[in-house]
Design a binder for this molecule. Structure first.
Ligand code: ATP
Ligand code: MG
Length: 466
């Protein structure tokens, strides 16, 4: 949409009680039965397939009931290098564990002030969980070798058993293992994990060098790195990544559920995606447009579910800057549209979102994609859904601009096309007032709908005088 988002962002979501350790596994052991909980600590800057495969294989080999990934707040060993902000590392972990019911991610280290020490974390976990929950601290062989030097290593040994995963390039001989067990009182289990010679440093270096990290982490994490420009990512370097078509298809089928593409599962999954693609205020705006579009669809006899999904997704590509969105248009093969958007790259996100969503979710219906494509400029001969999304974008409850209330009041009282025209008057008037450029399509749209309104008025007059 062409207006600035003044005041958007004052949403009043209900605050759910914050979990203590993590959302999925706070109640482990509550029924008194023995539980084996794996703890995967690390900086996760970023999380990669080595971490995930290691955790999964530890879960399997040692019959762990669950594994919690705990990104370090301020890692003791990495104080010298610039570590990515904890919230972003947390987000990447959260995205990575999605879809594995045995995994979750915890904020306990992030929320604890000061340098992060494993002993403090284990103590916190021990305080939270009853005695029937046994803790297994999973680490790569590299970390085990130095564990005797960790702060309060004796305390660590008393609170958790260790699972030491083989990691290419780091050997842990039987002798070293015995030494650590004897002198530190540790119980160490060896895990012959699939040797994946991957590390976060390796991924960072590749991104920095403009090389692909496709298949080295999961797709959502890669998308997050791209969307946030982490590690020196240049947005035009790599196409959307597909970790595995099979995995994507499978998770898509789960997401679609019985209700299909317009069902709640797909909506929720895209809502989660969107939360990571755009700023919070933009995310809240999208939810507002979604609700408003659904309500308008109800009022004007259109498909409510289609409208709510179109509203949710209309700003799917709003996370890009001008340079990024131009590159995205090229990458999506719609660069031919660039000419007319030359001085208005902020309007390109409509067409790119439609193209990107069509590529990623081929099941999305064409009318929905069209409404998304047209929501920035409008077009001649818009469908009712197109009109609804265009109007909802302007009148959603998060907009506090003067004049919008008048438009809101018109919903259901005037014909949809008249509401659209009133909205266009408001939008174009605003642009003129602020001495902004108007996209040529929008000018054509204005002329077209003025002519139509005249025709409709003339037809009504003719009816009246009969
Ligand atoms: P960096 O390169 O920044 O040190 P990293 O890949 O080693 O990152 P960390 O966050 O330091 O990742 O590691 C978290 C934990 O995961 C550590 O216990 C580490 O030994 C283990 N680990 C990391 N990569 C692998 C891998 N490829 N295979 C097995 N374990 C791994
Ligand atoms: Mg490391």
């Amino acid at each position: 949409m062409v207006l600035t988002q003044a005041g958007v962002g004052a949403g009043c979501e209900q605050a759910a009680a914050a979990p203590v350790v993590c959302e999925r596994f706070d109640d482990l052991g509550a029924d008194g039965r023995p539980v084996r909980l794996g703890i995967m600590g690390g900086t996760f800057d970023p999380i990669h397939i080595g971490h995930l495969a290691c955790a999964e294989q530890a879960r399997e080999a040692f019959s762990l009931d669950a594994v919690v990934f705990i990104p370090a707040g301020k890692p003791a060993f990495k104080l010298k290098r610039d570590v990515t902000p904890a919230e972003q590392r947390f987000e990447m972990c959260r995205l990575a564990v999605q879809g594995n019911p045995a995994f979750d991610v915890s904020r306990i280290e992030i929320d604890r002030p000061g340098v992060t020490y494993t002993a403090d974390t284990l103590r916190q976990l021990r305080e939270h969980y009853p005695g029937n929950v046994a803790l297994f601290f999973i680490t790569g062989a590299d970390a085990v070798c130095s564990i005797l030097k960790w702060r309060e290593s004796a305390a660590i040994a008393s609170m958790a058993e260790l699972i030491a995963a083989t990691r290419p390039g780091y050997a842990l001989s039987e002798e070293t293992k015995l030494t650590i067990e004897r002198s530190g009182n540790f119980r160490i289990h060896m895990l012959e994990a699939t040797g994946l010679a991957v590390s976060s440093s390796y991924l960072r270096a590749r991104v920095q060098a403009g090389l692909s990290i496709r298949y080295l982490t999961v797709r959502r994490v890669l998308d997050y790195i791209a969307a946030h420009g982490l590690y020196g990512w240049k947005r035009n370097r790599e196409a959307v990544c597909e970790v595995s078509e099979v995995e994507a298809d499978r998770s898509r089928a789960t997401e679609l559920g019985a209700a299909g593409i317009l069902g709640d599962a797909f909506y929720q999954a895209r809502r989660d995606d969107l939360a990571h693609r755009v700023k919070r205020s933009r995310f809240e705006h999208s939810l507002g447009v979604s609700e408003t579009a659904a309500r308008m669809a109800r009022v004007y006899g259109q498909d409510e579910r289609l409208a709510r999904l179109a509203g949710l997704l209309h700003d799917w590509d709003k996370g890009y800057d001008d340079e990024g969105i131009r590159a995205r248009a090229v990458e999506l093969g719609i660069a031919d549209q660039l000419a007319s958007y030359l001085d208005m790259p902020h309007l390109l996100h409509g067409p790119t979102a439609a193209a990107a969503l069509a590529r990623e979710f081929p099941e999305l219906p064409a009318p929905l994609l069209q409404a998304i494509r047209l929501h920035t400029t409008g077009a001649v001969g818009m469908s009712p859904l197109d009109l609804i999304v265009y109007v909802a974008d302007v009148i959603e409850p998060g907009r506090y601009c003067a004049g919008v209330d008048k438009l809101r009041d018109m919903v259901g009282k005037v014909e949809l096309e008249d509401l659209f025209m009133a909205t266009l008057v408001y939008v174009v008037g605003n642009l003129i007032e602020r001495r902004k450029l108007i996209h040529p399509d929008t000018v054509t749209v204005w002329n077209y709908y003025v002519a139509r309104a005249r025709e409709r008025a003339a037809a009504n007059d003719a009816k009246g005088s009969k």
